[in-house]
Each structure stands twice: as C-alpha cells, then as structure tokens.
Design a protein around this ligand. Structure first.
Ligand SMILES: [Zn+2]
Length: 145
C-alpha cells in the first residue's frame, strides 16, 4: 500500500463523483459545507506549479462543467477555491489538491471563519496591515525576481 492517501485510490474511491484523464473530483470526508469537493491530480504532485499546462487547461474545462453543478446542487451562490501547499499552509495530505467549498449568502456571519484560515486566527487588531508604499515595494520586489 502506498503511503500517500491520494495515491491510494481505495482511501477515497467511494467518494469520487467524476474522474478525467488527469483528475479525481471527490467529496471531502469532513466537509466544511455540504458539497465540499476535492479536486485531486492523478499524478502525485506536491505543488500547484508542478501541474503541466495541459493539466491546468483540463482543470479549467472540468471546473466550467462541474462548478455550476455543485452550486446548483447545494443551492450555493459562491464558492471558495483553495489549495493549501505544504504543512506551513495547513496541507494535511502531501499531494496537491484543490478545495471547492460551496457558499451561500446566509453564511455571511461565518465569513470571518474563512478569513481565520488565512490570518491564522489572529484577532482583528493583530492582523498585518500594509500601506501603499509597502505595497509598491512588494510589487517591485516580485517583479525583480
Ligand atoms: Zn500522492
């Protein structure tokens, strides 16, 4: 048996609702919301940038087909599209996967919980703030690399 859960089909086979040449579309086993979907590349990849262009094109095509179905099925009007890359970002299975989490406006009171993922539960007054000249500095830094 392979160590990686997402290389081991038997760990999620029953939760697959669609598979293509490159990806599995499965329901998360502990969904944040009903319809919480994981899109898992069939190849063991660590990170988003390891995807090949043909895989990214296929993924977008599949999303055009499946995201509207997910939203309709779960009566959602929006969704979160998230990939946690590495333990530092909260990745639990070390095999690239994307979360698609259907959302409704009725959840607005819980939106802050989504932000807590990104801000690591920092209270409002402790969240990092950057000002315009810092944004420009950071943009320039990124452009130089
Ligand atoms: Zn794997």
């Amino acid at each position: 048996m392979k160590k990686c859960d997402f290389c081991n089909l038997s760990t999620f086979e029953k939760r697959i609702y669609y598979q293509s040449k490159f990806f599995y579309w499965i329901l998360d086993r502990s969904p944040i919301r009903p319809g919480h979907t994981l899109v898992i590349p069939k190849r063991h990849l660590k990170s988003f940038e390891d995807l090949q262009t043909k895989e990214i094109k296929a993924l977008v095509g599949e999303a055009k087909r499946w995201v509207p179905k997910i939203l309709k099925t779960y009566k959602a009007t929006g969704y979160n599209l998230v990939a946690n890359i590495s333990k530092a970002a909260g990745q639990s299975v070390p095999h690239l996967h994307f979360h698609i989490i259907p959302r409704t406006r009725a959840e607005l009171g819980k939106l802050d919980k989504v932000r807590q993922i990104y801000y690591r539960s920092l209270p409002e007054h402790k969240r990092p703030r950057i000002i315009v000249h810092q944004v420009i500095q950071q943009v320039n830094k990124l452009k130089l690399k």
